[in-house]
Design a protein around this ligand. Structure first.
Ligand code: ADP
Ligand code: ZN
Length: 747
């Protein structure tokens, strides 16, 4: 008692001393709020940059990060709020702090908003309570009563047992165990956190083919050098994953950590299985489907450097990984790497940035690299040229002799589907043949639900979303009409909401559910599965689907882009693209490229093993360059033509774009604000400001949207230009401005 009192007194004396001697310590602290710079706080002792601290912000307490560099000053120390305490979590590493600064500069997102992505799991910032275990005290007393004997027996041969397990095994209560500890029969110990098995780089992979081996060696060299951007290109099934697994092994051997970004993380059951087989242990997963406990434990493991390999969706970019030795972006062309809700950023571009700041190489893998990546890696002649530090490796063929599928165009103008149907006669015949042979087939249509439009036969009224510029999609399985933009839904109505007539509502156009219905009529005994985000909503559901397909329990898959990527189904021999023209409409400069990538990717699902594959592409426009390139397999020619179009339009990779969207509840106010904003654009040679004009989605979630497009020529610092334009600009409350540098979506 006395000793404790003395100690406390001493502590008080020191801090009082500290206060008087060093009262001038000001520290910049970055907070996870939409501010673009750190705020000054008063500290009693100096704290290293990166230290996580708790501070007061208006009426609440928040966790922030001590930032680098001097405090801003200007306010007397006594008037600043103090740092309340340190948080029991490892500091944010310097490369991650530099990454947030660089990302803020590139995207114009406030740094604090980006910090919120890093500190996304507040519960992980508290040191987890140490789990309690018990062991026998060596040389302790002998057990006397039955309960004591049971405890000692249960511990025999176990060493340490978790308290809960011991209580269960010996049929005693927790307090009873504590009493036995008090009499010295057993003793309490802190259990080590359950350590997950770690991936072992020494386990052998398959013997690589020559092209694979060459790429793997080059990647290992870059891992050793700690730099480089490598495009790993090769048709689906050419063994890219095996190659970057070798690079992962190389990084692990050097004691470094690895970040792998995958699109559609919920659908990577097969990837995870392969990883575990290759490395003998699973990676740390990171995606939005994790439970709160998984997130807390995962974040903590990562921050404490206990997760050698992290695989995740785009948000994994902001994890506090340390000692990165390699970053992998698989399917680098995938549009889902672009984040458009909240912060606007492109995970592939940021992965390259983070790798550079961490001093490690990045691998971009794809069968259909984006034009930007292909040009930067020197794969397309005639562009702005390869960027320094970039290189490219090509895997020319499918491994193990599997050949690429034959792609045939089905001209819908000549091969007409029967009335009210969507599958043309050659497609119907091919389906019946493939399923008849006991093989699997895939019908691809990138549209969820039953039909994209519901209208009244009597009055012509079309059912649209009350808060978006969008028709409602009919979902038969759910019995509802759904807005695919805001998620609003209503039960399928029986009478027309406009004229009140009964039984006059009809649907128009197909969604996957409708195609499945047509297929069912065609092949009544076929086992059909619909694969969309509606029917396969969780990682577990995805894993079950993969299992069922591999086990031959499915004859026919009908799915959206969800089924287009990544999967390896050896018995799948026929792929049908129901509507190849679907993605080509709209004002998106990348529509053709995107269509080609998606259709090529889907086609790649066919014939991945010994059985030859066949792909039928239904189109109204067989002469379209996308269709021609698909049929002939002339990707280089297609890219060269695309590049010329981009050059003519001054579009990326020739220069850059930014989209500024002003939104608010009142259309006229929004229009006026957008006009004012556009008028304030500083004139600069090489920059064109287009608009404002109503955005294609002019109404979204009840907010009116006006868009300004900024087109900057090569060599112009677009983020810098935008900062100069937008600095200090305030919008009235209720209105919002979103800035999207290098936009991917043009809605
Ligand atoms: P990609 O990533 O290019 O689509 P994968 O790496 O998934 O290709 O390879 C396709 C299939 O071939 C996988 O089943 C993989 O295990 C197998 N494979 C890849 N490389 C080899 C190899 N060198 N020897 C044997 N099988 C291989
Ligand atoms: Zn809506």
């Amino acid at each position: 008692m006395a000793a404790a009192a003395v100690n406390r007194g001493a502590e008080d004396a020191t801090s009082a001393f500290a206060r008087s001697a060093m009262s001038a310590i000001l520290l910049p602290v970055l907070l996870p709020v939409p501010l673009d710079r750190p705020l000054d706080y008063r500290a009693e002792t100096a704290l290293e940059p990166g230290t996580l601290v708790r501070v007061a912000l208006s009426a609440r307490e928040v966790v922030g990060v001590v930032w680098d560099g001097p405090a801003e000053g200007g306010v007397r120390a006594e008037r600043l709020k103090p740092i309340l305490d340190r948080v029991a979590a490892p500091p944010l590493p310097a490369p991650l702090r530099r990454f947030l600064e660089a990302t803020a500069a590139e995207t114009l997102e406030p740094m604090g908003r980006l910090l919120r992505l890093v500190l996304s799991v507040p519960a992980a910032l508290v040191r987890p309570p140490a789990a309690l275990g018990y062991r026998r005290v060596p040389g302790g007393p002998q057990p006397r009563v039955a309960a004591e004997r049971r405890v000692v027996e249960a511990l025999q041969g176990e060493g340490v047992m978790p308290a809960r397990a011991l209580a269960l095994a010996a049929r005693v209560s927790g307090p009873q165990l504590a009493r036995l500890a008090a009499v010295g029969l057993i003793e309490a110990v802190e259990l080590e956190g359950e350590e997950a098995a770690t991936p072992d780089p020494e386990r052998p992979g398959p013997a690589l083919e020559p092209a694979q081996a060459e790429a793997a060696a080059a990647l290992a060299a870059r891992v050793a050098a700690g730099e480089g951007v490598v495009l790993l290109e090769g048709v689906p099934g050419s063994g890219k994953t095996e190659v970057y697994f070798e690079a992962i092994a190389a990084a692990l051997r050097r004691g470094r950590r690895v970040l792998v970004l995958l699109p559609e993380i919920a659908l990577t059951a097969q990837w995870l299985e392969r990883f575990a087989r290759r490395f003998g242990a699973p990676p740390q997963l990171w995606h939005s489907g994790l439970s709160a406990a998984q997130r807390r434990k995962g974040w903590r493991r990562i921050a404490e450097g206990r997760a050698p390999v992290v695989v995740g969706a785009r948000s994994a970019l902001f994890l506090p990984l340390t000692d990165l030795g390699l970053v992998v972006v698989d399917e680098e062309h995938d549009p889902s790497f672009k984040q458009d809700e909240g912060a606007h950023y492109h995970a592939r571009d940021l992965a390259i940035l983070r790798a550079r700041l961490e001093g490690c190489p990045v691998v971009l893998a794809s069968a259909t690299p984006s034009l930007e990546t292909a040009v930067a890696a020197g794969a397309v002649p005639g562009g702005p040229g390869a960027r320094p530090g970039w290189s490219r490796f090509v895997l020319p063929a499918r491994v193990a002799g599997a050949s690429l599928p034959r792609v045939e165009l089905v001209d819908l103008r000549r091969e007409r589907p029967p009335r009210g149907a969507f599958l043309a006669p050659p497609v119907r015949a091919a389906l019946a043949e493939a399923v008849g042979r006991g093989e699997q087939a895939l019908l691809f249509l990138n549209r969820r639900g039953f039909a994209p439009l519901t209208l009244c036969r009597a009055c012509g009224h079309r059912l649209r979303c009350p808060s978006c510029t969008a028709w409602l999609t009919a979902h038969r399985l759910k019995g509802r009409l759904l807005c695919h933009h805001c998620g609003w839904s209503m039960p399928s109505p029986e009478h027309c909401p406009a004229c009140g007539a009964i039984d006059t509502l009809v649907v128009s156009g197909p969604g996957v559910e409708r195609i499945a219905e047509e297929a069912r009529a065609l092949l009544p005994s076929a086992r059909i599965r619909i694969v969309t985000s509606d029917t396969v909503a969780t990682a577990a559901a995805a894993a079950e689907l993969v299992r069922a397909v591999l086990a031959g329990e499915v004859d026919l898959l009908v799915g959206t882009q969800m089924i287009a990527k990544g999967h390896h189904f050896p018995a799948l021999t026929l792929v049908v693209v129901v509507d190849a023209d679907l993605g080509l409409t709209g004002g998106d400069p990348r529509a053709a490229e995107r269509s080609f990538q998606l259709l090529y990717q889907v086609a790649g699902r066919a014939g991945r093993a010994a059985l030859p594959g066949r792909v039928l592409v239904q189109t109204h426009d067989p002469e379209h360059p996308v269709m021609a390139a698909l049929a002939t397999g002339d990707r280089p020619g297609f890219l060269a033509a695309e590049l010329e179009e981009r050059r003519a339009g001054g579009l990326p990779p020739f220069g850059r774009l930014a989209a500024l969207v002003v939104s608010g509840n009142d259309a006229a106010t929004v229009q006026e604000l957008a006009r004012k904003l556009a008028r304030a654009a500083p004139p600069l040679e090489g920059v064109r400001v287009l608009g404002p004009a109503p955005a294609p989605l002019a109404l979204l979630r009840g907010r009116w949207r006006e868009r300004i497009l900024v087109q900057a020529g090569e060599g112009i610092d677009l983020p810098g230009y935008l900062r100069g334009w937008l600095a200090g600009r305030r919008l009235p409350s209720g209105a919002a401005l979103e800035v999207d540098v290098d936009p991917v979506s043009f809605l």
